[in-house]
Design a protein around this ligand. Structure first.
Ligand code: G1P
Ligand code: ZN
Length: 542
């Protein structure tokens, strides 16, 4: 039986860069998740009888919302739901399942790299038929609908056993519980030279993969241990837990420090990598070398032909605006297109669909390609291993040679979290007011060449996205960028991105923060960040 339930709207269901993100107690309010899911369905057209993919990163409240979503999909008229066993699908795996089985779309439950647990974060995101995050047109419609919603429909059915693989029925709708790993592992085998990577590992290169108690555990075990022959235990924190075992599943130098220290230690592994909560982010470290995500994108692009899936070469590269320009130099050399987009993976979708770019990346530990429409953590890790095998070089050798050839883009991001929202907005407004006066001004040895508030004109659909971050460009290729986070769940997060281009190989061995010190000081001078935020230092430096 299908029930129609009366409800009252919540006014705060605005999907951000990666869907709707709130604390679990907010999501657990009466009808909160239902209102949002129904608002998604009400904003879509033509899904009658079609397939919906559902899965999440296994965090606290995942199973509850999956049960609701299945019953609501049945009530809405979907013909079939494909759901990962145990409610598990990493974000890139969900994207792959949507594409592979030509589903109408998918609901991905995750708050990415944010902590999980009863008082931590939860999220719901809608992905369209190309496997990528819904474009603004749809998320705007979802938000508008959520503000006026007065009923939702749900099948009055028993909960489904999510742990059993097989096909079941809910109110006439088929529900297929699928193995969350196999389709994804198969795709990776098509893209990369598993034989060469297996030989690399067999030759004694020791790898450590940290799944951080989150969704990539089962994927990494199957791929690295079962298929590539890494010894058991090479994958750490491999069981997805509702609270990620207390980890903050964000693969960066702060939260994946243990892995980093291990790889840097004398007898530790030669290669280390970590993934975030939902498996779309990655961090790559080699002995003596942390690879910045911006460099990772550039190096993957420069060496793409080593991987069978990219043997014909890449069509173009896209990076988010705050990501360093390291990839631009590769695109220039390869004579292929280079696109600078606003922050957020959804902006890559059109470029990938149109075949204008093959690889894309963000400084926030996100790299990916046209194989799915999300960034993909394990894909990047496999790409690095494929490059190491193909060149027979270590991570450090590969990175140093890359810098020697293209120059080095010293790069760092400083985050100021949970800043008072008015103070943060005030800083951005003041910066905007100042933009026109900056060009030509000098700060010590640095001269401002240009300054703007980044606006993106999508070359495929012609849409324009304004106010995407303040850029201050200096002569010689250095720059600072300011923007406010769209994914934080309390207060405002100010992000300051600092970059210095250094062509001279003799100057490639400087400590990053030292190399950027003068730019960091200028960033504060221009923005009055410290004074306005009342903070002396960033919360996180990556
Ligand atoms: C952050 C990252 C951005 C990424 C997003 C989703 O968004 O900066 O690159 O796409 O998370 O993973 P922000 O909080 O900066 O809006
Ligand atoms: Zn993520």
């Amino acid at each position: 039986m299908i029930k129609t339930v009366a409800t009252t709207p919540y006014q705060d269901q605005k999907p951000g860069t990666s869907g709707l993100r709130k604390k679990v107690p907010v999501f657990a309010q009466e009808n909160y998740a239902e209102n949002f899911i129904q608002s998604i369905f009400d904003s879509l057209e033509g899904f009658d009888g079609k397939t919906l993919v559902i899965g999440g990163d296994g965090r606290y409240y995942n199973r509850e919302v999956i049960q609701k979503a299945i019953k609501m999909a049945a009530a809405a008229g979907f013909g079939k739901v494909m759901v990962g066993q145990g409610g598990i699908l990493s974000t890139p795996a969900a994207s792959n399942v949507i594409r592979k089985y030509k589903a109408f779309g998918g609901i991905v439950l995750s708050a990415s790299h944010n902590p999980g647990g009863p008082t931590e974060d939860f999220g719901i995101k809608y992905n369209i038929g190309n496997g990528g995050p819904a474009p603004e047109k749809i998320t705007d419609a979802i938000f508008a609908r959520s503000k006026v919603i007065d009923t939702y429909k749900i099948a009055d059915a028993a909960d489904l056993d999510l742990d059993k693989i097989g096909t079941f029925k809910v109110e006439g709708m088929a529900v297929e519980v699928i193995d969350p790993v196999s389709d994804y592992a198969e795709l990776m085998e098509e893209l990369f030279d598993f034989g060469a990577i297996r030989a690399l590992i067999a030759s004694g290169v020791r790898i450590a993969i940290d799944s951080m108690g989150a969704v990539t555990g089962p994927y990494a075990k199957e791929i690295f241990e079962n298929r590539l022959g890494a010894p058991e235990g090479s994958v750490r924190n491999a069981t997805p837990l509702p609270d990620f075992g207390g980890h903050h599943p964000d693969p960066n130098l702060v939260h994946a420090k243990e892995l980093y220290d291990d790889v840097m230690s004398k007898d530790g592994p030669h290669f280390g990598a970590a993934s975030d909560g939902d498996g779309d982010r990655n961090m790559v470290v080699g002995k003596g070398m942390f690879v910045t995500p911006s460099d990772s994108l550039a190096i993957i692009a420069a060496n793409a032909k080593l991987a069978p899936g990219y043997a014909k070469g890449i069509a173009g590269i896209a990076r988010s605006m705050p990501t360093s320009a390291a990839a631009d130099r590769v695109a220039e050399k390869l004579k292929i297109g280079m696109y600078e987009t606003p922050t957020g993976w959804k902006f890559f979708g059109n470029l990938l669909d149109a075949g204008k770019v093959t690889v894309c990346g963000e400084e926030s530990f996100g790299t990916g390609s046209d194989h799915v429409r999300e960034k993909d953590g394990l894909w990047a890790v496999l790409f690095w291993l494929n490059i190491m095998a193909g060149r027979n070089e270590s991570v450090a050798e590969i990175v140093r040679k890359h810098w020697a050839e293209y120059g080095r883009n010293y790069y760092s991001r400083h985050d100021y979290e949970e800043v008072d929202s008015d103070a943060a907005n005030g800083m951005m407004t003041a910066l905007r007011d100042k933009l026109a006066s900056l060009p030509g001004q000098t700060f010590g040895a640095l001269k401002v060449a240009a300054a703007d508030d980044f606006a993106y004109h999508d070359p495929v659909d012609g849409s324009v996205s304004k106010n995407q971050g303040i850029r201050v460009l200096f002569q010689g290729g250095s720059r600072v960028v300011f923007r406010l986070s769209g994914t934080g769940t309390s207060g405002a997060t100010i992000r300051v991105y600092v970059e210095r281009y250094e062509p001279d190989a003799a100057k490639h061995g400087i400590d990053t923060q030292e190399a950027l010190a003068d730019l960091i000081a200028v960033a504060d001078e221009i923005s009055e960040l410290k004074k306005r935020s009342g903070r002396n230092a960033p919360t996180v430096i990556t």
